[in-house]
Design a protein around this ligand. Structure first.
Ligand code: 2F8
Ligand code: CA
Length: 128
């Protein structure tokens, strides 16, 4: 399988970094077809690992269901462990419900952006 070559192992998960750009929903669908999901970031080490691959990537965090309530793709709420950039999430123009990670600042690298925007993405498959 061609795609298997692209999985990167780190701390009991495998990660897949896309080489095309898609909207958040389609990015998530691609991960799910790979028996994975968009990445869930749980700690500083994972944040630093994920951040370095591309300039901007979708992560598995959205507030589509309820504005202002950020939820990971596994249904868990975003806790105190977050890495929003300054003044984010700002729901600019009222249309930003999906989270991206960017590579500019380690501790402040998440932004909410319009879910329809096409971005690279990163999938995570946890080791069972
Ligand atoms: O300055 C932060 C701001 O930058 C952009 O808006 C100008 C982003 N917009 C898009 O990604 C479409 C905002 O999400 C971000 O808050
Ligand atoms: Ca924003």
């Amino acid at each position: 399988l061609q795609s298997q070559e692209k999985w990167i192992y780190f701390r009991r998960s495998f990660y897949y970094v896309s080489s095309t750009r898609k909207p958040w929903n389609e990015s998530r669908w691609d991960c799910r077809q790979k028996d994975a999901d968009l990445v869930i970031i749980n700690n500083d080490e994972e944040q630093e690992f994920v951040r370095r691959w591309k300039t901007r990537m979708w992560i598995g965090l959205s507030d589509t269901e309820k504005e202002g309530t950020w939820t990971w793709v596994d249904g868990s709420p975003l806790g105190s462990q977050s890495y929003w950039a300054k003044s984010e999430p700002n729901d600019a123009k009222g249309v930003e419900d999906c989270a991206e990670i960017h590579s500019y600042d380690e501790q402040q690298s998440w932004n909410d952006a319009p879910c329809q925007n096409e971005k690279d993405w990163i999938c995570e498959r946890r080791v069972k």
